[in-house]
Design a protein around this ligand. Sequence first.
Ligand code: PHE
Ligand code: CO
Length: 303
Amino acid sequence: MNTENAVTGDFAARVADSGKTDTALRGDYSAVRADYTIDQGWDRYTDTDHAMWRTLYDRQSSLLERYAAPEFIEGLKRLDVRDAIPDFRRASDVLDKATGWTLVAVPGLIPEREFFEHLAARRFPVTNWIRKPEEMDYLVEPDVFHDFFGHVPLLAHPVFADYMQAYGVGGAKAIANSAQEQLTRLYWYMVEFGLINTKDGLRAYGAGMLSSRGETQFCIDSPSPHRVGFDLERVMRTQYRIDDYQQTYFVLDSYEQLMDATAVDFTPIYARLKTMAEVDPTTVLPTDRIFTLGTQGGSHKAA
Ligand code: PHE
Ligand code: CO
C-alpha cells in the first residue's frame, strides 16, 4: 500500500532474496532504474490478468455508491478503466490534465526516500503486477489493483493532489528528524484508511479500504472500530496494524482540513511527539472527538 514502505528497514535484503524467502518481495527488481521505476510492460499482461482486474473492479464498484467518498467515485469515472488493467501512459494523460500528476511503474514497494521523491515531483508509483486468482481477497504486498484503483482516483482531486505532493516534500524532513514512523502513520491513517464526513454520513476515501471488499464495508458498517475526528498529533501518535482491519479510523471534515493541518512546520511537532506516549489503536483519549465508540469486538475477517 505504498507506505508499507514502513518496512523498508530490511528493504535491500527483501529485494536481494527476491523469489527465495517468505519475506522476499515478489516483483522483479532486476531491471529497475535508479529511481526504482520500470516499464509497465502492458503488452505482457495475459487475458487472465485482465479478467482478474475486471472481477475486482466490478466487485468494488458495486460498493462505491454506498461506501465511498463522492470525490473518489468522480475520479474513478474520469479514468475510465473498467475493461482492462490500465495502461499507465493513458491514465497519466487524464491525470495530468486534471491535476498535473503522472504515474510511473514500479515492481512493488520501493525505498521510502525514492517514494517521497516521486510524490514530491507529482509522480505516483504504481506496482505493475496483478494478484493471482487464489489471492483474490488477501494479498501480502500491494499490487496494481490496490495501487491504481485505491490511490489514483483521488489524485484527480485538486486538494488531495496537492496534499500528496506536500507529503512527499515532507518526507526528507521526517528522515532528517528520524520521524519516519510518525509521518508513516499519517499516510497510513489518512491516505490508506481515511474516512470523510459528508452530508450523507461517513464515507471511505482511503486506498487500503477501497481496494478491499471486506474493509470497505467494515469501516462504515461495523460496530467494532472507533471512528475519531482527525487531529494531526493524535494520528501521528497512534500505532496501527497491518495484518487485519483497522481498530481506529480517523475522520476528516474535508480534504482542506488535512491540507491546512499539515501546512505547518513539523520540526517542533516531531520533537514534542518524541516526549509523548504512543496510543494503542484499541483505545480512545479524553480529548478525542468521537464519531463512534467501537466495541472492539474484532473484525471476523478470518471467518
Ligand atoms: N508540513 C510538513 C513539514 O513541515 C510537511 C508535510 C506536509 C507532511 C503535508 C505531511 C503532509 O514537515
Ligand atoms: Co497503498
